[in-house]
Design a protein around this ligand. Structure first.
Ligand SMILES: N[C@@H](CCC[C@H](N)C(=O)O)C(=O)O
Length: 279
């Protein structure tokens, strides 16, 4: 059976999107997703995203497989891509400029803005150790600036869940971080029972941060939306940045705001269609 797909990216964090609106079961297995994501023998992507029917009153459901076949709870760049993909699928019958999307991290709401970007209500960050999850602190404590031994070095980390786990470290120079070698050591550290995404952040000023990321299940990527949101929260918790900032990633910039009004995170950035095909 031939399956149609469309390739999208959000700041170079790239995904294979599949129209799965006729069933709540993904049309391909995690093992097949690994093959499709392979950059030499497949289409090449950081993950596969499925547009499924809505649940609990939402418009749609999003599921995603990382390039290693694991299933994360949420994907920030991916949900912007999904929002634009849905407009493509719905065509002229589209009647509104936002979607309610059921995810494993709860209901997320991406909105298409007039300038072609996508602004996403990412929900509230979760800060307790049991919510990350991590054993770095007692279950009902926050994990802020806590020492962690990785690769014979003590890193002070702050942990934030955006539905998926993030471990954030502030450094003087993100370019100097040997991501390829230490990323996997953070991801598989025994204090993270569900593994973790890892962000290294350089504070340029209180409204501009530089970030590099090692993603759980995908390795080095050019951008991570949930990671940018989690990093802004970590910056605020450590009094290193304001509640609204630009995050510069290798693939481009995201605007992130942590609202004092509703405690939610709002992420704004692009989503670009690359090409479509069949496999
Ligand atoms: N790139 C994504 C995050 C994708 C999921 C992540 N690899 C995980 O396993 O949690 C983003 O833009 O948020």
């Amino acid at each position: 059976m031939a399956i149609e797909f469309t390739k999208y990216h959000g700041l170079g964090n790239d995904f294979i999107l599949i129209d799965n609106r006729s069933s709540l079961t993904p049309v391909i297995t995690p093992e097949k997703a690994v093959k499709l994501c392979d950059r030499h023998f497949g289409i090449g992507a950081d993950g596969v995203i499925f547009a499924l029917p809505g649940q609990n009153g939402t418009d749609y459901t999003m599921r995603i497989f990382n390039s290693d076949g694991s299933e994360p709870e949420m994907c920030g760049n991916g949900i912007r891509c999904l929002a634009v993909f849905l407009t493509e699928l719905e065509g002229v019958s589209r009647t509104k400029d936002f979607y309610t999307i059921h995810t494993l991290a709860g209901t997320i709401t991406p909105q298409l803005t007039d300038d072609g970007q996508v602004k996403v209500d990412m929900g509230q960050p979760r800060l307790l150790a049991q919510e990350i999850p991590t054993t770095l602190a007692p279950t009902d404590s926050k994990v802020i600036n806590v020492p962690l031994e990785v690769a014979d070095h003590t890193w002070n980390v702050t942990c934030v869940s955006m539905g998926n786990p993030h471990c954030i470290t502030f450094v003087n120079d993100v370019a100097a971080i040997p991501l390829e070698s230490i990323g996997p050591k953070f991801e598989h550290h025994s204090v993270f029972p569900q593994r973790t995404n890892t962000e290294f952040i350089e504070i340029v000023n209180r409204n501009y941060l530089k970030m590099r990321v090692w993603e759980r299940g995908a390795g080095i990527t050019l951008a991570c939306g949930t990671g940018a949101c989690a990093s802004l929260v970590a910056g605020v918790l450590n009094d290193k940045c304001d509640r609204a900032a630009t995050i510069e990633l290798p693939g481009g910039e995201l605007e992130i705001e942590w609202s004092e009004v509703d405690n939610k995170i709002y992420m704004t950035g692009p989503a670009e269609r690359v090409f479509a095909g069949k496999f």
